[in-house]
Design a protein around this ligand. Structure first.
Ligand code: PAF
Length: 281
């Protein structure tokens, strides 16, 4: 496995594959990798000849009170994990390499789906994601790009971006990787105390209960209220519990497939999760 830190170096490494029309798969990450990321690499390995993973903590998607400086940077450990699952090239540029060459005047705003859910609490976050993902797509020029469904809204924003701007890339959403007790894998789980780690799976349990209740005919708004109650009783401070259509339109009735979204804080750790629920006739 090669590691490249410059755009030029990455191009030099990828050019032979490009000339040979090899299929290039790409997974953008901010590092501090866990099994969820490694699953994305495994999926990419199935479809692609060359697998590139970027590790870049993107300053412009962090708000002023967010944890950019303290975000864990674990390149050495990440590189070992990536080598084990068959990544070919790690692209780990500096902030200077990505943003330092000239003042950036371009912003990318993917419309109203970025003003909802996590976008409400994190203004400008998805603009920062859209800019860095566009830059990375232009640098890597992959055929396929892989993203986890845990960040469902991010995945929807990137799919929209790729469609709107005719980027010649197929975006693939990979199902959420979960711990045995159902907790969605996330870099943030590492911040949980032992006590909070025990409570954290309540999010998934409440979503699964909601799925059962909806299929049993309970009203969607009541089900959302019950999720909020269960989380609050377990000790969470709920940020949102919402239902949306798969395309992120509002929905207050279970008359089509829906996605339930939760964001909630336990201690100082904000967790998110979602569950896609099929409408069965
Ligand atoms: O999901 C992430 O880790 C980041 O938002 C991404 C897509 C790598 C862009 O910085």
């Amino acid at each position: 496995m090669k590691t490249e830190t410059s755009i030029q170096g990455l191009s030099a490494s990828l050019n032979p594959a490009r000339s040979a029309r090899k299929i290039i798969g790409f997974i953008p990450t901010m590092g501090n990798l866990h099994e969820g990321h490694l699953n994305l690499v495994r999926e990419a390995r199935k479809l692609c000849d060359v697998v590139v993973v970027s590790i870049f903590v993107n300053p412009i998607q962090f708000g002023p009170n967010e944890d950019f400086d303290n975000y864990p940077r674990t390149l050495e450990q990440d590189s070992h994990l990536l080598a084990e699952v068959g990544c070919d090239i790690v692209f780990a540029p500096s902030v200077e390499q990505m943003y330092g060459h000239h003042p950036r005047l371009t912003n990318i705003r993917v419309g109203e789906i970025t003003n909802d859910l996590c976008g409400l609490q994190r203004p400008g976050h998805f603009d920062g994601v859209a800019v860095v993902v566009t830059k990375l797509f232009n640098i890597v020029q992959p055929n396929y790009a892989f993203f986890g469904q845990k960040d469902y809204q991010q995945l929807a924003v990137i799919k929209q971006l790729v469609r709107d701007l005719n980027m010649p890339i197929e975006v693939i959403g990979v199902p959420i990787a979960r711990a045995e007790d159902g907790l969605a894998l996330s870099s943030r789980n590492g911040y949980l105390s032992a006590e909070h780690r025990q409570i954290a799976p309540v999010i998934y349990q409440s979503l699964k209960q909601a799925e059962q209740d909806l299929h049993a005919g309970k009203a969607l708004l009541d089900v959302l209220t019950e999720i909020r109650m269960q989380l609050t009783q377990a000790g969470f401070v709920v940020d949102y519990v919402e239902a949306r259509t798969p395309m992120l339109q509002k929905s207050d009735q279970f008359d089509q497939d829906i996605v339930l979204f939760v964001a909630a804080k336990i201690g100082n750790t904000r967790l998110i999760d979602n569950l896609q629920i099929k409408h069965i006739l």
